[in-house]
Every structure is written in C-alpha cells, then in structure tokens.
Write a protein that binds this ligand. Structure first.
Ligand code: AP5
Ligand code: MG
Length: 215
C-alpha cells in the first residue's frame, strides 16, 4: 500500500503505521523518527533540526524535502510505504505531488486519523518510546505499557520520553498542527484521495484502511 497518514501529534500515526506494515511489508517512513535519529547521531541535519523539534516547531520544508526525495527512491519502498508525519505543510504536499509524478508513483489514499484533543494531550504526556534508533517501538504507560517497566518488549532497550514531550512543547505542537498541518487534509480532499477515520482505537483505523483498500 502507498499511504499518507495525517493526524495531530498523538493521533496514533506511528502506532497505526507499525500495525499496517505487518499486513503487506510496506515500510513506515516517519520523518520525526528520521530527524530524531539524526539528532542522536549528531549529524549536520540533526544539529539544524534539534532546536525546532525541542520547541515543537516544524523544521524548514527544504530540509524535509531533501530527505524524502532520497528515501522514497530506496529499494524497500517498492513494495509500498506509509508516510508518517509527512507532508506537514501545503508546500510539502505540493512538492510531494511533483516528486511522486517524477518517480511514477501513485498514492492509494491519504488517511486522516481524527482523535479528540483531550485524548491526544493525555496520550502524549504518557507516551514512552524505545530509545534504540533501529526499534523506536511506541508505548503508553497507561494504555499500552511494556511487560517489564521501562524496558522495550521487542529489543530490551530502555524506553524514554521524547525531548518534545514537555507540556509547553506539546501545546505548541498542537497549535502548529492546527495552523500549518490541518490544511493538508483539505489538499488531499480536493485531490479526491482523503479518507477521514474518527476513532480512538487503532484497530478501527487499521480496519478502515483495509476496507478502503479492499484487502
Ligand atoms: P513527529 O515525530 O511526526 O511527531 P508528531 O506528528 O507530533 O506525532 P507523534 O509522533 O507525537 O504522534 P503519533 O500520531 O505518531 O502518535 P503515536 O502513535 O506515537 O514529529 C516530531 C517533530 O519533528 C515535529 O514537531 C517537527 O519539529 C519535526 N518534523 C517531523 N516531520 C516533519 C515535517 N514533515 N516537516 C517539518 N517538520 C517535521 O501515539 C501517541 C501515544 O498514544 C502513544 O503513547 C501510543 O501508545 C498511544 N496510542 C496510540 N494509539 C492509541 C490507541 N488507539 N489507544 C490508546 N493509546 C494509543
Ligand atoms: Mg509518531
């Protein structure tokens, strides 16, 4: 499948993407995970992105487009991909349209995961993420805790809170989402590709995607 996953911070894009990869081997491409990996590795990209991310601001479009142009041409994308956290602005959506045309790739759908704001705020304060850059499994100390406290079930690494999970940064990320990212859903609606799924259960979102794709 070739999908875009849209939705506010904490809507469950990463959680749903990980479930969908198990269906047909499509790869999850999370720009947030790529950027956090770069920050940890101390690369030039990471140094540039770090401040924006910690504040809860978007990093500049130019940085993201360079990453995605390369990433979408890697071999593992041939069997399908789930874009998680990208595109995030109208200019990114416009540039992606041009890029996909150039690469001869056709999207199946843009899925907008719609979850109430009070649920989202609560989820982000209680999320934990595996710190191993090759794993990055997502947990929630209330709703999806690991079997052993503080330890990833999959790889045994410590699970941690992200740098942008302070109350201040979460509030700012939600405002940035409303201003810059929510309009991206309208962009895909006009293109006839949008499917909005309302629900706090990731199983409902996964079932909705499967139904739409007829799989
Ligand atoms: P990014 O990493 O993309 O963060 P985000 O959009 O803020 O989204 P999150 O990862 O916080 O939430 P999610 O929807 O993946 O939810 P999750 O599945 O974890 O981006 C981070 C930063 O990078 C940005 O602020 C920006 O600076 C930069 N960036 C990235 N892409 C960019 C771009 N394209 N352009 C510019 N800048 C960019 O779930 C959340 C929690 O809820 C978890 O604890 C989970 O266990 C729990 N949960 C999920 N589903 C359920 C459920 N059904 N029931 C109960 N709990 C659930
Ligand atoms: Mg995520």
């Amino acid at each position: 499948m070739k999908l875009i996953l849209l939705g506010a911070p904490g809507a469950g894009k990463g959680t749903v993407a990980k479930q969908l990869t198990k269906i047909d081997g499509s790869v999850q491409i999370s720009t947030g995970d790529i950027l956090r990996g770069a920050v940890r590795a101390g690369t030039d990209l990471g140094k540039e992105a770090d401040g924006y991310m910690t504040r809860g601001d978007l990093v500049p479009d130019s940085l993201i487009m360079g990453i995605m142009e390369e990433r979408l041409q890697e071999d593992d994308c041939k069997s399908g991909f789930l874009l998680d956290g990208f595109p995030r602005t109208i200019p990114q959506a416009e540039e992606l349209t041009v890029l996909l045309e150039k690469l001869g790739i056709k999207l199946d759908m843009a899925v907008n995961i719609d979850v109430p704001r009070d649920v989202i705020f609560d989820r982000l304060c209680t999320r934990r993420t595996c710190e191993n850059p090759d794993c990055q499994e997502i947990y929630n100390i209330k709703s999806m805790p690991p079997k052993k406290e503080g330890i990833c079930d999959k790889c045994g690494s410590p699970i941690v809170q992200r740098a942008d999970e302070t109350e201040e940064a979460i509030g700012h990320r939600l405002d940035t989402y409303n201003e810059k990212t929510a309009p991206v859903a309208g962009f895909y609606e006009k293109a006839g590709l949008l499917k909005t799924i309302t629900g706090t259960s990731s199983d409902i979102v996964v079932a909705g995607v499967k139904k739409e794709l007829g799989i």
